[in-house]
Design a protein around this ligand. Structure first.
Ligand code: NAD
Ligand code: UGA
Length: 475
């Protein structure tokens, strides 16, 4: 249970004052709902913003002023508005009754059962929310899809909400979120674009304008893009596909580099200098992780299969398959380099978060790599500055050969190898001479993020295996 700070009183029972110009609710206080609403509240002191969630622990943490997620800059933004015009509560019914604009930011994971299992979006949380809104609303509302959803979900939401015939009206908008974890506050304060999709009816356009007005408090108008509702839903999924596709492409190129002696960093820099291609999202890695890329691509794949677009589905799905291949390739490279056996060898994972500057480990490549190393009967030591609690949960049930150590110097003691899983800045600045002394020789480093100074490490005595580059080995 997170400690409550007395400076930040619990606002659970506080009524949202009527004086606010707009009364905004967000259902879902997770990685998206919490930071997004904190930024709206900070930027729009005239609006009252309430965030509700079924998870009491999360709500208590938000109310304590110490958010339940690690995100640079988030604490300050929350503290600037908490109790003034930002409120967190578990009273969902009351939140629905008292607010006019409702964002829905609940989780939409991949379905694990029944038709579409492993591919389609599991819409049970989202549908439950639609029914809660239907049950508790006493006046008309604008309902905004903030979660990432399959195309045409807005229509399903409308159908559920329109089942009331008492003059209470619901306008459904799509306003997908593009923030990336680790840079969420910067992305929210200064977004490339804010996307708002609506029906192109008189009511739909009016609701759209109401939402534009909220963002226009801090986002330049030319960055607020409006579209029809289906384009909005599809653009979110398509954007994640494009981003993930770039990573799988450069990772495929990294495999060719390893076979030919080309250097993937040089290739990425050269390719990215073409202004039509651009240099971002071309860092070869052990694979992409995060809660969304895989699920959103599979969601699109499912849509294509249902619509009979088999060729398109196969093309999209390849991006996920290359990502799986890259993780497996990483483990097999370790196995080969370490004389074809990892049994009984101690391997330290530097980082477990799916990327730097977050404690989030959902779909982190470190999970698969750890499991595969354990399958090879290696001993795995996990270290990470923010993600150890989540790592413990991800690997719960593993009884043998696994330990978690916060201090990286302690973590490497007696290890045969280090595998860099997360690009934390911390790992660039460690004293690798000291680390080498603590390790079993010959000592190996597998840099799954290409963040370390490979030549310097080699000269110290390490055998260094980057991604997509020639290994620097002493034998
Ligand atoms: P999350 O799991 O961190 O948060 C979702 C929250 O919703 C949880 O706290 C859960 O308890 C709550 N919830 C579920 N059902 C509820 C209900 N009926 N009533 C009240 N609360 C309920 O998820 P997230 O990472 O914030 O993602 C939310 C959505 O945003 C997903 O659709 C995701 O694809 C999308 N998205 C996520 C990111 C990201 O970086 N995490 C970025 C863009 C879009
Ligand atoms: C991603 C998108 O960037 C966001 O725009 C989107 O809103 C979000 O998904 C979502 O819908 O959830 P996020 O997953 O938080 O954001 O983080 P990214 O920076 O996109 O990184 C995703 C993964 O790709 C990480 O594991 C990262 O290490 C990896 N990556 C990223 C690479 O391996 N190489 C790169 O060049 C870039």
């Amino acid at each position: 249970m997170l400690k409550r700070l007395s400076k930040y009183p619990i606002c659970e029972s506080k009524q949202v004052p009527m004086k606010f110009e707009k009364r905004i609710l967000c259902i879902g206080a997770g990685y998206v709902g919490g930071p997004t609403m904190a930024v709206i509240a900070a930027k729009c002191p005239r609006y009252g913003v309430t965030v509700v969630d079924v998870a009491r622990g999360r709500i208590d943490a938000w109310n304590s002023g110490k958010p339940p997620i690690y995100e640079p800059g988030l604490d300050d933004v929350v503290r600037s508005a908490l109790g003034r015009n930002l409120f967190f509560s578990t009273d969902i019914a009351r939140g629905i009754r008292e607010n006019d604009i409702i964002f829905v930011s609940v989780n939409t994971p991949t379905k694990t059962f029944g038709a579409g299992a492993g591919m389609a979006a599991d819409l049970q949380y989202w549908e439950l929310v639609a029914r809660q809104i239907l049950e508790h609303a006493e006046s008309s509302k604008i309902v905004i899809e903030k979660s990432t959803l399959p195309v045409k979900t807005a229509q399903a939401m409308e159908r559920i909400l329109m089942s009331r015939n008492d003059g209470v009206h619901f306008d459904v908008l799509s306003n997908p979120e593009f923030l990336a974890e680790g840079t969420a506050i910067r992305d929210l304060l200064c977004p490339d674009r804010v996307l708002i999709g609506s029906r192109e009816t008189e009511r739909g356009l009016k609701a759209r304008e109401e939402l534009v007005e909220i963002y226009a408090n801090w986002v330049p108008r030319e960055r607020i893009v409006t579209s029809n509702i289906w384009s909005s839903e599809l653009s979110k999924l398509a954007s994640n596909f494009f981003l993930a596709q770039r990573i799988s492409t450069i990772n495929a190129i990294s495999a060719i580099c390893e076979k030919t002696g080309a250097d993937v960093s040089e290739v990425a820099r050269i390719v990215g200098m073409d202004s039509r291609i651009g240099g971002k999202f071309l860092n070869a890695s052990v694979g992409f992780g995060g809660s969304c890329f895989k699920k959103d691509i599979l969601n699109l794949v499912y849509l294509c299969r249902v619509e009979g677009l088999e060729e398109v589905a196969d093309y999209l799905e390849r991006v996920v398959r290359i990502n799986e291949y890259q993780k497996e390739r990483f483990v097999l490279n370790m196995l080969r380099a370490m004389f074809n056996t990892l049994a009984g060898k101690k391997i330290c994972l530097f980082g477990f978060a799916f990327k730097a500057d977050t404690g989030d480990t959902r779909q982190s490549p470190a999970i698969d790599v750890a499991r595969r190393l354990l399958e090879e009967h290696a001993e795995v030591v996990v270290t990470d500055p923010q993600a150890l609690a989540n790592a413990r949960e991800d690997l719960a049930g593993v009884e043998k050969g696994l330990s978690f150590v916060e201090d990286p110097y302690e973590a490497v003691r007696g290890c045969h190898a280090i595998a860099v899983m997360t690009e934390w800045t911390l790992y660039r600045g460690l004293d690798y001479r000291k680390i080498l002394d603590l390790m079993v020789k010959p000592a190996f480093i597998f840099d799954g993020r290409n963040i370390l100074d490979h030549k310097a490490l080699f000269e110290l005595g390490f055998n260094v295996y980057p991604i997509g580059k020639r290994p620097l080995s002493h034998f």
